[in-house]
Ligand binder design. Sequence first.
Ligand code: DX5
Ligand code: ZN
Length: 218
Amino acid sequence: MSKLIAPSVLAADFANLQRDIEMVNNSDADWFHIDVMDGVFVPNISFGMPVISAIKKHAKKTLDVHLMIVNPDQYIPTFKEIGADILTVHYEACTHLHRTLQAIKAEGMKAGVALNPHTPISVLEDVIKNIDMVCIMSVNPGFGGQSFIENTYKKVQQLKNLIAFSEADTLIEIDGGVTDKNANQLIEAGADVLVAGSYVFGAENPTETIANLKSLVN
Ligand code: DX5
Ligand code: ZN
């Protein structure tokens, strides 16, 4: 499978959101990565349902929605209604993770689980077969533009081994501080999907930056 690039809309220009969505539509990017922050699970608030609905109206690619919120269960049907294709919850925010994963799948979405930098891969051993994608946070969630945590490479390898050992069919996504400097090493370690926010939208030519990243890892 080709390696996927998911620009994070958090770093887009919100006053020109339609323009930035069209840029991603017309680029080599594969998905839209959409960060929802509640100011409780993480120390920042991003955007919610009305903004995602507005994005959905223009987006022509998969919506990869990353929930950095407490009690994600109560909003699962709503995220389906507004157009999420993949819904990722945080391990640290789910007391009954297995039930949450079932609820996401019952709505017809792919189910993702994100792990904070301090959370070991081993906590997923008993649910890995139920997870469509694991998102390894390579920064502490809450803000774009932070620097990449080097310990991530080791975690990607550990997750890759767990997936192989369990004969699971789970994608590995990396989120935070991804640039052309770490992309190759992440893919070599076993990553399938790279999220990139400030690296893409902060570039002089975002379309070209996406194309470069895509060709670098494929
Ligand atoms: C961090 C978010 C990331 C963020 C990535 O809490 O989950 O998706 O937007 O942004 P960069 O690529 O700038 O680190
Ligand atoms: Zn994210």
